[in-house]
Design a protein around this ligand. Structure first.
Ligand code: ADP
Ligand code: MG
Length: 309
């Protein structure tokens, strides 16, 4: 096993301009090592460049500059080996509507040159809970079932590295739990997992290490524990007894008014306690009817970080 499952150096991607808009620098020179055996989170707000990076790893998007090694194989020098080492569950639900799940897996296995004797379609269908639907046409499958089939397709050639692009965006709780269970089990068997998400909570629960990408550049790379300690944005939501005409000025505390009338106070957990925030709110003459906290998502975190520096 190589020490790094993925080694990315100076990775750049510029999408050419055209009728749809000007040229876009989606990746601006990214260096990144992803340790073998980890569950690694690639986080960032929409448009950060996550899918671009993953699609380059998958060989679906051609990089503009830089190098990519997958399981020790340089993508440009050993394209076949590097491709065989990685399986990708894409963000888009792009499935051929005329294939049944079993046929889709067989075709995929054929594409990767998996010999008939080493195919495990039934086992994989069982694992993702599609046994009952093995012979159903893809166009009759629900969104959740299509996502399971995409995961199944990514696994047919038993890759060393499994990449999942926003696997849980818009999926129900049941499917989300199934996905996490599968991912944990595969990782325990030695598979390196890379996933993108824009939910911090999810990354916190699943990932050993995290990279954060914003506007095509890496802005952080650390263990999840260290990163969460750093990214300590907090939000306290207050329902006021009566809506104040103007928002209070509470020094370092950022205040916004939500559509539902709640006042959102953003602060850094390392600088203030919730109690201090509540005290400041009372001092400003606001009578608190109800209060709750909110887990910051990455977009909030980015805002908080750029505001306070
Ligand atoms: P993310 O997955 O983090 O949301 P993407 O990698 O999809 O980000 O997109 C990064 C940037 O590149 C965005 O500004 C997006 O609009 C742009 N982009 C993505 N794909 C294309 C494309 N095929 N052509 C032109 N621009 C693109
Ligand atoms: Mg994306």
């Amino acid at each position: 096993m190589p020490s790094n499952a993925i080694e990315i150096r100076g990775l750049q991607k510029t999408y050419p301009g055209g009728r749809s808009g000007p040229a876009k620098d989606a990746l601006k020179g990214v260096d990144l090592d992803i340790p073998a055996g980890s569950i690694f989170g690639l986080l960032g707000p929409n448009g950060a460049g996550k899918s671009t990076m993953i699609n380059i790893l998958a060989g679906l998007v051609i990089k503009s500059a830089g190098s990519v090694r997958i399981w020790g194989f340089d993508q440009d020098v050993n394209p076949r080996q590097s491709r065989a080492a990685i399986g990708v569950m894409p963000q888009e639900l792009n499935l051929d509507p005329f294939f049944t799940p079993r046929a889709a897996l067989e075709v995929q296995a054929g594409l990767y040159g998996v010999p008939k004797s080493r195919r495990r379609s039934d086992e994989i269908l069982e694992m993702v809970g599609l046994t009952d639907k093995a012979e159903a046409y893809a166009r009759t499958l629900s969104g959740g079932m299509r996502r399971r089939l995409l995961l199944a397709k990514a696994l047919v050639h038993q890759p060393n590295v499994l990449v999942l692009d926003e696997p849980t965006a818009g999926v129900d709780i049941e499917l989300r739990q199934m996905l996490w269970e599968n991912i944990r089990r595969l990782n325990q068997k030695g598979m390196t997992i890379i996933l993108t998400t824009h939910y911090l909570e999810e990354a916190e629960e699943m990932c050993d290490e995290i990279a954060i990408i914003n506007q095509g550049s890496l802005v952080a790379r650390d263990s999840t524990v260290n990163l969460l300690r750093q990214l300590d944005a907090r939000c306290l939501l207050v329902v006021p007894e009566t809506a104040p005409e103007t928002l209070p000025d509470l020094g370092g505390l950022e205040v916004t008014r939500r559509d539902n009338g709640e006042l959102a106070f953003s602060y850094r957990g390392s600088e203030l306690t919730a109690n201090a925030v509540l005290e400041a709110v009372r001092q400003a003459g606001i009578v608190i009817k109800d209060v709750r906290t909110e887990q910051a998502n990455l977009e909030d975190v980015f805002l908080a970080l750029t505001r306070s520096r």
